[in-house]
Design a protein around this ligand. Structure first.
Ligand code: FES
Ligand code: FES
Length: 184
């Protein structure tokens, strides 16, 4: 049994302690926002936040993070209001979107450490791969997210048509919508 916290919920995993965190999240917790790309720590599609650091979950045996606090893309905000999410939508970063959850988690972790990162710091910190090649937009979005987080810019929340946190919680049981949540 391995115990740690996922998206603010205490979880006990009855899995082999050598199980990669990626598969515990996807297969046992149904948190499929965290993606499987390469499985060897190269692409960053599986990036989650562990105790404030962006970590590639395919390389982390769950037995090594007993007592840790894990945040996945589903837990970043309840309503896509995290500055990185707002900036990603405003900059229209996503193309196929496969790399997006990992990129967003890496960006969010960077902004916790560096409030106003330079292009060089962003490129050095976020080494995730994007098959669609949206790297210039990622730099723009991370810097815009920094401005939003610092209160220097406001961006209206953008929701995809027909989706709401309540709907997300039906397919992602680890999430619980706020009581006053309404469909967008
Ligand atoms: S799937 Fe983990 S780094 Fe590629
Ligand atoms: S948007 Fe397609 S892999 Fe990055």
């Amino acid at each position: 049994m391995t115990r740690f916290t996922v998206n603010n919920q205490a979880v006990e995993y009855r899995l082999d302690p050598e199980t990669p965190l990626l598969w515990a999240l996807r297969d046992a917790s149904n948190l499929t926002g965290t993606k499987y790309g390469c499985g060897v720590g190269q692409c960053g599609a599986c990036t989650v936040d562990i105790d404030g650091r962006a970590v590639r979950s395919c390389q982390v045996p769950i037995g090594s993070i007993e007592g840790s606090f894990v945040t996945t893309v589903e837990g970043l905000s309840r309503d896509r209001s995290h500055p990185v999410q707002l900036a990603w939508m405003a900059e229209n970063v996503g193309q196929c979107g496969f790399c997006t959850p990992g990129m967003v988690m890496a960006a969010a972790a960077l902004l916790k450490r560096v409030r106003d990162p330079s292009e060089e710091e962003i490129r050095a910190s976020i080494t995730n791969l994007c098959r669609c090649g949206v790297y210039p937009r990622i730099v723009e979005a991370v810097q815009r997210a920094g401005r939003i987080a610092r209160g220097d810019e406001r961006v209206a929340p953008v929701a995809r048509p027909g989706t709401s946190p309540a709907e997300a919680s039906r397919t992602v049981p680890a999430l619980t919508p706020a009581r006053d949540d309404k469909a967008f």
